[in-house]
Design a protein. Structure first.
Length: 331
C-alpha cells in the first residue's frame, strides 16, 4: 500500500470510531496494523475536504462489492461432500484448504524475532523450517540471525528443500504452537539485564570495586568479561570525558590512528577533539579527515578499539577518570 493509500485508510478508520476501527484491526496482519497505527499517530489534523473525499470513495467502492458467502471454507466443504461423498471430498478438501488453519503459527507474527527465536531454539530444524516459511521474509531472517551459525544453516537447507507440507503435519504443528502460545505471558521477555546493563552499572561502581568485579567475572568466563568491558566505555563515550582526559588521550595517540578512528565519529565528538588541540593541530586534523578517502569499517573499528585500550590504560594508571560513580573523592 502506498503512502496515499495508507493515509486514506487511516482517515477512514479514525472516522469510524474506536469500536468499529478495533474490529477492522482484528482482520489485519501485524505489519498492516503497525503501519496504519503509525500513520494514525502521525495524522494530527486532516482537512474536512479530504475526509469527505475518503468517505465518498469508500462508499463507492463498498457499493461495487458484495459478499456471496459468509464462510467460503465451509461452503467448499459442504459442496464437495454433497457432490463426492465424505471420503473423496475429504481428500480434496485437505489439498484445497491446505494451510487454511495456521492460527497458532500466525500468532508468531505478532512477536518480536528474539522471542520467536527463543521459542524455536531447541526445536528440530525441520520443524523450525516449516514454521518460518509461514512468516514474512524479514521476520524469518531476523529469527535466523538470532540462531547460531550451525542451526541457521541447517534450517536454511531444509527451507530450500521443503516441498510443501502435508495437511495433517501442518495441523499437528499448528496445534502444538497454539498450545505453547496459550501461555503467552511466558514468552514476553522484558528487555532488561544483559551485558550492556551490567557494563553501565559497573561503570558507576568506582575503580576499586570495578576491578574486583571484572577479575571475578574473568575467572569464570573470560569472553563474558571482555564483552562487558567492550560495553563499559564505547568510542562514542570519549565525548563524555573531560577536557583534561581528552588532552591526556591525544598525547598517547598517533595522528594516523586518530584520523582513521574519527572517520567513524559523529560531528560532536570530532568538535570535542578539535577543541582540545592547538589551532594548528586541529586544522591539520580537519584537512586530513577531509582529504582521506573512504576507509573500511573494519579498519575504523580496529583503530577505535586501540584508542579505547589507551583510555582503559590511562584510567587504570589513574591519569584519567571514566564513568561517573564510585567512592573516589578529590581532596
Amino acid at each position: 500500500m502506498d503512502e496515499q493509500g495508507l493515509e486514506d485508510s487511516a482517515i477512514l478508520l479514525m472516522s469510524l470510531g474506536e469500536e468499529e476501527a478495533a474490529e477492522v484491526f482484528k482482520q489485519l496482519a501485524p505489519k498492516e496494523v503497525q503501519r496504519l497505527g503509525e500513520t494514525i499517530a502521525r495524522l494530527k489534523t486532516v482537512p474536512r475536504e479530504r475526509v469527505e473525499a475518503v468517505l465518498e470513495r469508500f462508499s463507492s467502492d463498498a457499493a461495487d462489492t458484495s459478499m456471496l458467502v459468509n464462510d467460503t471454507n465451509e461452503y467448499v466443504k459442504s459442496v464437495l461432500r454433497k457432490a463426492l461423498g465424505d471420503d473423496k471430498a475429504n481428500l480434496l478438501i485437505d489439498r484445497i484448504l491446505q494451510g487454511g488453519d495456521v492460527s497458532g503459527i500466525e500468532s508468531l507474527k505478532w512477536m518480536d524475532a528474539t522471542s520467536v527465536a527463543e521459542l524455536l531454539r531447541n526445536e528440530h530444524p525441520q520443524i523450525v523450517a516449516a514454521i518460518l516459511v509461514h512468516l514474512d521474509y524479514d521476520q524469518s531472517s531476523s529469527v535466523l540471525k538470532a540462531f547460531g551459525e550451525r542451526q541457521r544453516n541447517e534450517v536454511l537447507v531444509r527451507i530450500a528443500t521443503l516441498d510443501g507440507i502435508q495437511p495433517s503435519a501442518l495441523k499437528d504443528l499448528n496445534d502444538v504452537m497454539s498450545k505453547v502460545l496459550a501461555g503467552g505471558d511466558r514468552l514476553k521477555k522484558a528487555s532488561l539485564g544483559g551485558v550492556k546493563t551490567a557494563a553501565e552499572i559497573i561503570n558507576m561502581l568506582g575503580n576499586a570495586v570495578e576491578t574486583a568485579v571484572l577479575d571475578y567475572i574473568r575467572e569464570a568466563d573470560t569472553e563474558l568479561a571482555q564483552k562487558i568491558m567492550d560495553n563499559m566505555f564505547t568510542f562514542d563515550d570519549v565525548e563524555k570525558l573531560d577536557d583534561k582526559a581528552i588532552q591526556a588521550l591525544l598525547r598517547e595517540v598517533q595522528s594516523e590512528s586518530l584520523v582513521i578512528a574519527l572517520k567513524g565519529a559523529g560531528a560532536e565528538l570530532r568538535e570535542r577533539i578539535f577543541k582540545n588541540m592547538s589551532t594548528r593541530a586541529a586544522e591539520t586534523l580537519r584537512e586530513d579527515l577531509e582529504s582521506r578517502g573512504p576507509v573500511r569499517l573494519s579498519e575504523v573499528e580496529a583503530e577505535q578499539k586501540e584508542l579505547l585500550k589507551t583510555v582503559r590504560r590511562l584510567a587504570d594508571e589513574g591519569q584519567i577518570v571514566i564513568g561517573g560513580g564510585g567512592d573516589d573523592q578529590f581532596v
